[in-house]
Write a protein that binds this ligand. Structure first.
Ligand code: BTN
Length: 315
């Protein structure tokens, strides 16, 4: 388990978390942790300043939305040991890369409450303020590079199925790996990998999901779960459900099944699309996604083309 909060602050937060939204007095905290009430107050102030939402009242302290907390101790023990939680990072991708190189285990999760330099596909900036779910999953699947693509498909599939199960929302996947809700972008995936010899050393899948934030200010074509459900939802529940589904999806790994199920969830096949790559633009009707994850499009002459990467717009 990794958490940047050390010792006393973490213990205070744990006590507040275990109180499940009820107020814990300063006296109780000071007795339990064997520190003065002034010290409790100072640590609480520092926690608040770092962005943790704690309410102070005459009777003590109370954690707002404890179910939404993403600190390691909030998760089941089998997940807790793989959680790396940070209040703020430049990008979870950078930290995940460092951790992956330093022996972070397969299925580690690097979470940030805020990213100052979050990035999206094709080098775009990814605005990642408070309330969203911003994390990178570290995978060490021991696979050759040509087969790495399937993990992205498995991740977007698991995410979309988890959201449908949890909230009964009409989520679809847009090739290659965006999640759409009511036709707007709910989540995006970005993957980076490193190879050693002819094997993948790690694949890091970054997932940015608009949950309790309001992304439209920066991205008119984006939407959050809160916008649609009109209530705050638990990011922890989403992450835990996703991780459980994803683990089942990749152990054992069945590529044909993943692509087959993914195709059932996509709104891209059957849509007119425009694909922008770094140098080209392709337009046509999306007719299939093949076993390698390539998008098959058909132009007006009936000729088909396979696209292996790019930004896809449903037109
Ligand atoms: C895209 O749709 O362009 C992909 C967006 C990926 C954003 C996530 S947020 C967590 C992780 N850290 C980043 O800097 N980017 C990914």
């Amino acid at each position: 388990m990794v958490n940047e909060l050390k010792n006393i602050k973490q213990d205070i937060l744990k006590h507040l978390y275990q109180a499940k939204g009820t107020t814990v007095s300063g006296v109780r905290l000071s007795d339990a942790l064997d520190i003065s009430r002034v010290a409790v107050w100072k640590h609480i102030t520092a926690l608040k300043e770092s962005g943790v939402e704690i309410e102070s009242c005459p009777k003590g302290y109370c954690l707002k939305a404890p179910d939404d907390l993403l600190h390691p101790f909030c998760f089941r023990p089998d997940i807790e040991k793989n959680i790396f939680h940070f209040q703020a990072l430049n990008s979870t991708m950078d930290t995940a890369r460092d951790l992956a190189k330093k022996n972070a285990p397969h299925l580690s999760v690097v979470i940030a409450e805020n990213q100052t330099m979050g990035r999206g596909r094709l080098n775009r900036k990814w605005v990642s303020g408070k309330g969203g779910l911003w994390f990178t999953l570290i995978l060490k699947p021991g696979t050759p590079p040509p087969l790495a693509y399937i993990y992205n498909f498995a991740a977007s599939l698991s995410l979309s199925r988890s959201l449908k199960r949890l909230f009964d929302v009409d989520v679809s996947v847009k090739w290659p790996n965006d999640l759409l809700l009511n036709g707007k972008k709910l989540a995006g995936l970005l993957s980076e990998m490193e190879t050693r010899g002819d094997m993948v050393e790690f694949i890091n899948i970054g997932i940015g999901m608009n949950v309790n934030n309001h992304p439209q200010t920066d991205e008119p074509n984006a939407i959050s779960l809160k916008d649609v459900l009109q209530k705050t939802v638990s990011r922890k529940l989403i992450l835990e459900t996703f991780l459980d589904d994803f683990k089942r999806r990749i152990h054992p790994l069945d590529r044909h099944q993943i692509i087959g199920l993914w195709k059932e969830q996509t709104s891209t096949i059957g849509s007119q699309v425009r694909i922008e790559t770094l140098g080209d633009v392709f337009e046509g009707l999306a007719v299939d996604v093949d076993e390698t994850g390539a998008l098959v499009i058909q132009d007006t002459t009936g000729e088909t083309k396979k696209i292996i990467y790019g930004d896809c717009f449903h037109t």
